[in-house]
Write a new protein. Structure first.
Length: 436
């Protein structure tokens, strides 16, 4: 039966209408299914948090990038992680394409162009792996005297230069040390967590033997006990070669060793990088309180100090300081920086004070200032020392006891990361020296 001339083709319109409805339904259904899949994946990823150590949890919380299953921080993420308690915004891991990663690495400056604004200049244009995150955190609390020790540990062949392979050897030590703290549980989820943090699925409970031999599980401590230092680093280098061949370059690797990975790092550049990183983080923290001024208030300084301790009731310390310093004079950046340099040398200061029986008695401001300089080489201004005393002198006798100051500062949280890695490296260095 034909249509009446001049009237719409009802069947044609009905077909078009149904096509539109079906198209919209398809896309809505697809969107719902994708949302369910993302939600399921997200829940699964959040479930991995239960298997992560506190350090791993913090890295996963602040990381914002993902490439081939491995998580990365941007330089901006790292700065946030060491200056904030929580991310400013909930992080969603953005997947990088190979092209995007290559572009980021192409824009990475060489180490000789480094500055105390490197991380701020890179901002979101950089990728930092989990082991590099641990390495950078270790730098933040290392005294300048420890820079040489750190460099010598990387320089396994003793030629006063560090190449990419040597750097990866020490990264493998970071990796291995952390695995000892790995939580037990669902092996599948632990394997997924290893992929996120280290970029590989396989278990790393063994050191690889040379090519052509069977893979025999052998702990690193067995290697240390049974081998010379040469054999130790040979085994670790094989492991580093095996892992690096399957991992992507990062901003730090390109910064240190160039886009082709052939450049070498000398001590001067290494020292400058570490010093610049410490300065940059302190500058960022200082500027977040100074509001463009040249000083921060004594109360802000107290807030920053107490944030890195296990002190639960900080209000009593702040009130103590307000009563003792009614008029603000302000803390300059140089004073701020010098005090954190002193804190990085706190172990040396503690040992020196114990030699002079400080642990059993209190000392005054002049004695404290002099002791800091003798033990650490750091000069603290009279105003800074007075401020520290007003914060921690709980009984207000103008004296600091071991419990009032060092007892608290030794337990400081080190920016969310209790550094034990330096101790591990020092022990390892002594073991290697024994084998020589």
């Amino acid at each position: 039966m034909g249509n009446i001339p001049g009237t719409p083709d009802i069947n044609s319109h009905a077909s078009s209408f149904m096509a539109i409805v079906n198209h919209n339904l398809f896309h809505r259904l697809k969107h719902v299914l994708l949302s369910l899949q993302v939600t399921e994946n997200r829940l699964d990823l959040e479930d991995l948090h239960l298997y992560a150590t506190p350090r791993e949890q913090r890295f996963r919380r602040f990381a914002s990038l993902e490439y081939e299953g491995q998580l990365y921080m941007t330089p901006y993420d790292f700065i946030q992680a060491v200056t904030s308690d929580e991310p400013k915004h909930a992080k969603k891991w953005r997947s990088l394409s190979k092209q995007e990663l290559n572009q980021i690495l192409m824009e990475t400056p060489p180490v000789w162009k480094g500055s105390s604004k490197l991380f701020r200049n890179l901002n979101e244009k950089g990728v930092i792996s989990y082991t590099e995150y641990l390495f950078l955190l270790c730098i933040l609390t290392k005294p300048h005297a420890g820079f040489r020790i750190a460099f010598n540990m990387f320089d396994t062949d003793g030629n006063e230069m560090v190449d990419k392979k040597e750097f990866l050897v020490l990264q493998e030590i970071f990796r291995k040390k952390n695995e000892k703290r790995e939580k037990r549980g669902d092996e599948k989820k632990r394997a997924m967590l290893r992929l996120q943090l280290y970029g590989y699925h396989t278990s790393t409970n063994s050191v690889l033997k040379t090519e052509g031999e069977d893979l025999v599980p052998r702990s690193y401590w067995d290697t240390l006990r049974r081998s010379t230092s040469q054999a130790l680093f040979s085994d670790l280098a094989e492991r580093a070669d095996d892992i690096s061949s399957s991992l992507s370059d990062t901003t730090l690797l390109v910064h240190f060793f160039g886009k082709k990975g052939k450049a070498e790092l000398n001590f001067e550049d290494f020292y400058r990088f570490m010093d610049n990183l410490q300065t940059e983080v302190l500058e960022i923290e200082f500027l977040s309180y100074s509001n463009g001024m040249n000083t921060i208030s004594e109360e802000d300084f107290a807030h920053i100090l107490l944030r890195y301790t296990n002190v639960e009731n900080t209000s009593s310390y702040l009130e103590n300081m307000r009563c003792s310093i009614p008029e603000e004079k302000g803390i300059t950046f140089e004073e701020f920086r010098s005090f954190f340099q002193f804190l990085n040398n706190l172990e040396d200061f503690t040992i020196a004070m114990q030699m002079y029986n400080f642990a059993s008695r209190s000392i005054g401001q002049d004695e404290f200032k002099r002791a800091v300089y003798v033990a650490t080489g750091v000069k603290l201004s009279a105003h800074l020392v007075n401020t520290v005393f007003k914060i921690f002198d709980v009984d207000r006798d103008d004296q600091l006891s071991y419990k009032e100051f060092i007892g608290i500062m030794k337990d400081r949280l080190n920016r969310g990361f209790r550094v034990r890695i330096l101790i591990f490296i020092l022990i390892l260095q002594k073991v290697v020296l024994i084998f020589k």
